[in-house]
Design a protein around this ligand. Structure first.
Ligand SMILES: [Zn+2]
Length: 204
């Protein structure tokens, strides 16, 4: 950035001017500064690695869920964390200068993954709702039973209308678990990106 006092061009991260020592004011807000450090091409390449690792990890760890050793939600979270972590290493290596850049690029990759996962989950949810309501309208009460039986999402939706104290506690616990899972995925992306920078530094 340019010094207001002497006009000398300084490093983007510099706090004081290297020429006259004046304090450099940051005119850009946080979003603009973060955006300048993002490398979209490197993140896209990392997303391709993420998808490949996602498929491999899904197959590799599928035994966990079929043997009922862990609940399906834990299995999905574990596979996502591993895939985001490995996928974020590439933007760390290819698109980040400093460890901070690694956190930003890796974190951005996990954010993209979370948005995509949210869209897919919403589509699945809406599709099940559609199936359930169609069955209900065709078969009447028996159909609605059948419909809600096919989807946990719909049956849990029905139960919320008659929520007792225990159900509310369960909903809060589910919400806490969901937020903790989202944070875990975000953090694994950031750490993966930072690790990528450290790996790159080893070879430089
Ligand atoms: Zn200056």
């Amino acid at each position: 950035m340019k010094c207001d006092k002497c006009g000398r061009e300084n490093n983007e991260t510099a706090v004081y001017c290297k020429s006259c020592g004046a304090a450099l004011k940051d005119k850009e807000n946080l979003i603009v500064r973060m955006n300048a450090r993002l490398n979209f091409l490197a993140v896209t390449m990392g997303l391709i690695v993420f998808i490949i690792v996602l498929f491999i990890a899904s197959v590799l760890f599928s035994g966990l869920v079929t043997s009922k050793a862990v609940p399906a939600a834990v299995y999905i979270l574990f596979v996502l964390v591993v895939s985001v972590f490995v996928g974020s290493i590439l933007p760390g290596i290819l698109g980040s200068k400093t460890v901070d850049d690694g956190y930003i690029n890796g974190g951005f990759l996990s954010l993209v993954v979370l948005v995509l996962a949210g869209i897919i989950a919403a589509f699945i949810f809406l599709a099940f709702m559609g199936v359930a309501s169609t069955l209900a309208s065709v078969f009447g009460p028996a159909g609605s039973l059948l419909g809600s039986g096919t989807s946990g999402a719909v049956s849990s939706l029905n139960s919320t209308s008659s929520a007792s104290g225990g159900d509310v506690l369960n909903m809060i616990l589910n919400l806490v678990e969901l937020i903790a899972s989202l944070v875990l995925i975000l953090v694994s992306g950031g750490i993966g990106g930072a690790l990528g920078v450290l790996i790159k530094d080893q070879f430089n």
